[in-house]
Write a protein that binds this ligand. Sequence first.
Ligand SMILES: Cc1ncc(COP(=O)(O)O)c(C=O)c1O
Length: 377
Amino acid sequence: MIPCQRALFDIPADVAYFNCAYMSPLMRPALAAGEAGLRAKAQPWTIPTTAFFEDSERARALFARLVGADAEGVALVPAASYGVATAARNLAVRAGQRIVTLADQFPSHVYSWREAAKAAGAEVVAVALPEGCDATPPVLAAIDDACAVAALPHVLWTTGAKLDLVAIGARCREVGAALALDLTQSAGALPIDFAAVQPDFAVAAAYKWLMRPYATGFLYVAPRWRDGAPLEENWIGRAGSEDFARLVDYRDAYQPGARRFDMGERANFALLPAAIAALEQLLAWTPDAIARTLAAKTAAIAARARALGLSAMPEDLRGPHYLSLALPEGAPEGLPARLAAERVHVSQRGRSLRVTPHLYNDDADADRLIDALARLL
Ligand SMILES: Cc1ncc(COP(=O)(O)O)c(C=O)c1O
């Protein structure tokens, strides 16, 4: 169990922030690194040309270590949607085939697939998850010979329902379907075994559980797709881009690995140092220990919320870091805004409150949440 890490964050004592699934607070070391990076841009002669490469490579390697993937397969992307669009550009979909998603999946992991399906004469199906049941069996049943791509999250953003990605990866290989994952609501807080899952593509927006600044996401690309087509053609993705004097000796070859999929201006001098500081801290904590610690926090809150009439999904069916509390009949409208007025911050998705803590939350935060719910419900 990791002890409370609130001192690393700029969170006033009277704020109970349970909304990491919306946006994590930037930790102090990341903020300091970002400020120093932004200041360097005021004196560009202090930024060496090697800086265009070093921070990118460090961020790539740290993310790979955090999720247990190989660094050569990691690309730096601005958003989950960018990574999903890259996957959709490279994965073949034929007329009559199906792309399997979940009902209520996050839109950034839906729209590119809709376009791909429209272009191919294929269909996107959204698997409905019966409430309170294991999400994996209906998904496995939908992945059959007609499935071109299973485009799925590890943890569903609305309810926290968790998929068994090892079983889903095996099923995809069995029927010849590709697997394109959105790890935005899991990477950093829930371990994943890349070697066992074997996704074709996996994307993560990083401003939630990866605790990075906005617009610093990742795309993992499996070895078989690394010679694929990037979304854009930028100068730094081409072979020899380290030699600034010869950039107009235009080259057909790309940088090795998944670097061709990096976004333009990936070497962001303010955001990357902040992102690296956050990744270093997450690695020091380890996703395993984060998951264990957050499992205890969510279980304790679920038990107390149950006494107030709010029901939670069983622990083995949800992400350990993710709590979705079904509101009882007669719960007032606008509950998140009423809670926010008391400096307690959660989200509402449908008729459920989404409570997503992190290591900065302490027992006093949980007391404030439960006391406020008891008063407002
Ligand atoms: C599951 C999931 N994917 C992606 C995103 C963010 O998408 P993008 O990076 O395309 O803005 C979110 C934001 O809430 C999310 O919950």
